[in-house]
Design a binder for this molecule. Structure first.
Ligand code: HEM
Length: 428
């Protein structure tokens, strides 16, 4: 009842329509294909969603949406408005349409054109360009720039960062940093064998030191001191923490992973090479499953590359769409036994009672995005996660003895709990 009332109000109340909502069908440039459903689809204005008033009151103290973390917020809004709703743009900003349909995600990605637009990082753009230009210069450009400038930078960076050889060249140096990190970690433990609550800081320093090797071909020497770090590297370390937490809570999975690692690392400190890392299916499955349960980013974003119909509504070209994959990755309708940490779901060879992730629409699990605008650091990030997790799990038994780990949502999903892992040496 309440839901239908909200829907009704949203469609009839005075609305702050953004410029983008007024774009005519098949307006300026881009892909001119006409969505065959367009003529019969419902108008943009009838998409359910919050009114500006609901937006302000809902997020004010005591409001229906106040104090929720991002996943809880997405759940609640979906409960109120369904799988497609509109968050009105205020103070000159455009609307954002939120979708919880993998069919929509696919349609958006497949029609994004040659210069996909992702406008979700405006705050970061401002920070880089206006507040700290001396640090970032044009560096942040890839994440935040659009159009021709983006395409130019991307075509220069792709051959270096997306090439599989890059990963191979640096793997041994990344591993060297990891081995050093293991000795630091061993010393950090207290008499209960627990890591300090600020372990998060230490793993960030490891990630920053690794960036030095990858980006500057040099050792920064920051693993013993505090310093800042880049967003890409933070994504690597928060992902690694989430995966490690899942393994710490599931000693049986951890043991299975350790057995796989023993095949390439007969002793704990066997140096790693690219060829040794090429066949570790269980490690990769653990990484995917850990990221499914604890994704480091808020989901994917795009501006529509052309006019299109989503779930029966007209969406003009250049409308910002947020894809609610965080919720779908934990939705039982897509991932069966969704709350469980089941790395086996990603393997071809698995028991009959384990659901297959391969049966799930692939547009839900896209942790590095999609297409020509996908994460340029993906290969490096995967390599770093594989190396650090391989080393950590081969060397130590991890346990988690406290209440459930929580994440805190900012631009990325940071640890929201103290990282008090219990860490004991593996005997052999
Ligand atoms: C686990 C670690 C990481 C995750 C989960 C991740 C995820 C993502 C995602 C979801 C996007 C948006 C993709 C899209 O819109 O389709 C992205 C973009 C990007 N990432 Fe990563 N990332 C990670 C690590 C890194 C690292 C280590 C670097 C640096 C080498 C990096 C550099 C970038 C850049 C420059 C972009 C913007 C690409 C563009 O717009 O053309 N990322 N990343």
């Amino acid at each position: 009842m309440r839901r239908s009332l909200i829907k009704f109000l949203s469609c009839t109340s005075v609305r702050w329509r953004s410029v983008q909502a007024q774009v005519q069908p098949n307006g300026s440039g881009g892909d001119n294909a006409i969505d065959p459903e367009w003529a019969t689809a419902k108008p943009y204005e009838c998409i359910p969603g919050l009114s500006v008033w609901q937006l302000f009151t809902g997020f004010s103290k005591g409001g229906r949406y106040a104090g929720l973390d991002l996943i809880e917020l997405h759940y609640r809004l979906r409960e109120d408005f369904g799988n497609l709703y509109r968050v009105p743009g205020v103070m000159g900003r455009p609307d954002v349409i939120m979708s919880f349909s993998p069919e929509d995600f696919e349609k958006i990605f497949r029609t994004e054109g040659q210069r996909p637009v992702r406008r979700s990082f405006d705050t970061m753009t401002y920070y880089r360009q206006q507040i700290r230009p001396e640090i970032f210069g044009d560096m942040g450009g890839l994440v935040t720039s659009q159009g021709e400038l983006w395409q130019k930078m991307r075509s220069i960076s792709n051959p270096v960062l997306m090439h599989p050889k890059t990963v191979k060249v640096y793997l041994e140096q990344v591993d060297e940093v990891c081995r050093e990190f293991m000795t630091i970690m061993a010393k950090l433990r207290d008499d209960k064998h627990e890591l300090p609550v600020d372990f998060n800081e230490w793993i960030s320093r490891w990630a920053l030191e690794t960036t030095g090797v990858l980006a500057l071909d040099t050792r920064l020497g920051v693993m013993h001191s505090k310093d800042s770090e880049g967003v890409g590297q933070r994504l690597v370390d928060v992902s690694s923490v989430g995966i490690l937490y899942c393994l710490a809570k599931h000693p049986d999975k951890q043991a299975r992973l350790r057995e796989e690692l023993r095949t390439i690392m007969p002793s704990k400190d066997t140096p790693l090479t690219a060829s040794m890392m090429s066949n570790l299916p269980y490690l990769r499955a653990c990484i995917k499953e850990g990221i499914r349960l604890f994704p480091p980013t808020a989901g994917n974003f795009r501006a529509t590359g052309r006019d299109m119909v989503l779930q029966g509504y007209r969406i003009p070209k250049d409308t910002d769409i947020a894809m609610g994959s965080l919720v779908l990755m934990r939705d039982e309708n897509y991932f069966v036994r969704s709350k469980e940490f089941l790395p086996e779901r990603w393997l071809n060879d698995r028991d009959a009672d384990i659901p297959s992730a391969k049966d799930v629409n692939p547009f839900i699990f896209l942790p590095f995005g999609f297409g020509s605008r996908s994460c340029i650091g993906k290969r490096l990030a995967m390599m770093e996660m594989e190396v650090v997790l391989a080393r950590l799990v081969r060397q130590f038994h991890f346990r988690w003895n406290y209440e459930d780990y929580k994440v805190r949502t900012t631009v990325i999903n940071l640890p929201g709990s103290p990282l008090r892992f219990e860490v004991r040496d593996v005997d052999d």
